[in-house]
Design a protein. Sequence first.
Length: 148
Amino acid sequence: MESMRDAAMGFEAVKVSMSQDRNGVVLRLNVHPNDCPPELHTDWVGTRYMVAMVRLNDQDEPETREEHQRVERMIASAGLLCRNKEFGRYLYEAGLITNTNPSTMETDAINAVRDYCGIKSRADFRNDPDARQKFDTLREEFRQWKRS
C-alpha cells in the first residue's frame, strides 16, 4: 500500500461554515477551481479521506496557534525552573520538598512540580488545562516569594 504522503492531494481551502449533525461535524471548505484536485470530482460522495490541515498566515506560511506556543513555553519554563536553586529553596520553604541537598534538588523539584500539578510528565501540560493552571499558580507564588 502507498504511504499516505504519496497518496495525498494538496490544495488550499478557505473555511466557509461549520455545523453538526447526527453523524458528526460538517465542515464546508471553499476551494478555488484551479486548486481543486481532479480526483475530488471523480470520487464518489461518501468516499473517506484522511485530512491534515495547516492554518496559513497572510504570507502563506504555517501559523502556530498562540495557545500552543504558550504551552510549549510553559513546558520549557517548568524544566528551567526545576534547575533553579532559588526555586528549590522556595519549594522547601513551602513544604513541597523535604531537603535542600544540591545533588537531589533538581530531581526533588521535578517530582514536586509533577505532584503539585497532578501530572506524570511536563508533556502532560499539552492536554491538561487544570495542570497548566496549577503550574501558573505555583510559578506566581514563587515570584511573590522572591519579592518578599
